[in-house]
Design a protein around this ligand. Sequence first.
Ligand code: SF4
Length: 299
Amino acid sequence: MNDIYSHCTLCPRRCGADRYSGRGYCGMGAVPTAAKASLHKWEEPCIAYKNGAGTVFFTGCSLHCVYCQNSVISSELYGAETSAEGLADIFLRLQEQGADNIELVTPTHFVPDIAAALEMIKQRLAVPVVYNTGGYELVETLRRLDGLIDVYLPDIKYHSPELSAKYSNAPDYFGHASAAVTEMIRQTGKLRFNDDGGLLRGTVIRHLVLPGCRHDSIRIMEWIAENTSPEQVLVSIMNQYTPFDFIPDAFPELKRRVTKMEYNSVVRRASELGLDGFTQEKSAVGEQYVPDFDLSGIV
Ligand code: SF4
């Protein structure tokens, strides 16, 4: 039993839910739940470099962004229950299938079970463990993972509190995300690669450019340049924002794609600042990047 689940403060919501008898803001009780575990090729070339990342998509999310492409699992809570022991088996099975790494997607609300699973098998796990998060993290929760995670893959979604309040109901997002990234870099140190270009250690910051938000994106690039080093951090500027039909009418500005000018202006500023990392072709936009959640690898 993980006591923190009885009054949960694992993420910045600190909603205090008793997850043994109910669910928190993230939608999840105390049983680790996931919607898919499989090899996944649509990641940055240093994350999926050979056979694909061994992704485990966890159900639930503490952010609930209005434009979320994985809303089936983040809000509709599709998934199957497992356990810390079950997670350990899932990670080892992915390794046996040839996964380039074990990639934990939206794992924050299950950190105690994930840490327990990784402790159980750390002598048998030969591939890096990647922690893929929306960036809304508490430093004290990340410290539970110190020594267990090799690569952090956080988003920094917003700089402006107005934007993070409007789209993710999290006016305190940037303060938490920036502190989290600082802690992640402290844990991972300098970037380290294998001979195939696979990332063994380090932090990759992702940023999805949103329609009408390029000035906010540029402020994020400037923060990264001022507060991190290219020896420790890669930046992935994403161009796959998709205006799904489910986006509420209250956000008409989100019902279009990002223009070439918007995306290129962010990439240009990142380049001027000397940031190193990845950009994405316009063809990346589209629903084909939404995984087919079918419980494979979980049940
Ligand atoms: S992880 Fe979930 S239950 Fe825990 S504080 Fe965050 S939203 Fe609440």
